[in-house]
Structures are given as C-alpha cells and as structure tokens.
Design a protein. Sequence first.
Length: 159
Amino acid sequence: MQVKCSKCSRQIALTDVVESNDGRLSHIDCQRPNTLTPEERALIYLYCLDHIVAQCPICEVSFRFTDFDADMFARSRLNLCPWCRQDLTEAVRAHLSRCAMLPAEVRRTARQVREAAQRLVKESQQLRDNADVLIREAEAVLFARQRALRMAMSRRSAS
C-alpha cells in the first residue's frame, strides 16, 4: 500500500515535495508534486542565477535557470527544457546540493531537509505496511472466531 496525498489522494513518490499537516502527508502542490519548493527557488535566485544549473539528458544542452520555461514569480513553476520539454527539476535540485556558490551550511541544510522529507515518506509507507499486516492478522483471527462460533452454535442447536 502506497502513501497517498491527503488532499488529492494520489500516491506520494519519494521525489515529491510534501508537507505534513496534523500528521497527514500531502503534496505542497498537487498539480506539480515534484516542483521546486519556494525555498529551493529562493536559493537558485540568490546564488545560482548567473551560472548553469542543469543539463538536458536528451538534448545535451546546458541551461541557466532563466533559460527554462519558468517565470520569475513562479506562476508556471516548470523547469522544462525549451527544446524537448523534458522536466529538469531533479537536475536543478541536484545542482543545489553540489553548487559551490552556496555556502556549505546552506547546502547541508537543504540536503538535510530533502532527506528528512524522503525519510518521512518512507516511514509513513512502513507504518501503512505494518498497519496493513495488523489488519490482515486481525481479520484472520476474527474470521476464525466467527467460524468457531458458528460451529459451536450449530452443535448446540443439533443437540
């Protein structure tokens, strides 16, 4: 059983950007679950606007963030190769984790936040799996007890 978004009910992938509200996970943006977070975008604008942040694996063309089909105010939030429309969000995210222009502490914190979100999704998945096992075990016990009760009742009515 996969962890599902509490807003849109779609599965949450490890690469999706999530938030937790009252212990329930949801996409920050259900329409674009893998989009950059506002914090990631801010880091790019502060530290990476003047250099290459991604290379398209299909076209083999390198891009600055301003080269993407994305606007400065995040209305579209797309990080697509202008030529083949390949989503380069993960390449931009990977750039943030290794860019020498970001202070080491900022890089480390950004990486820790991303890892914590992935860990949260994995742990939620494990809890759901454990709950699923417990439910199946409880159902098996319930069905066995119901069968035993029926048998006991049929023996009593037969005598």
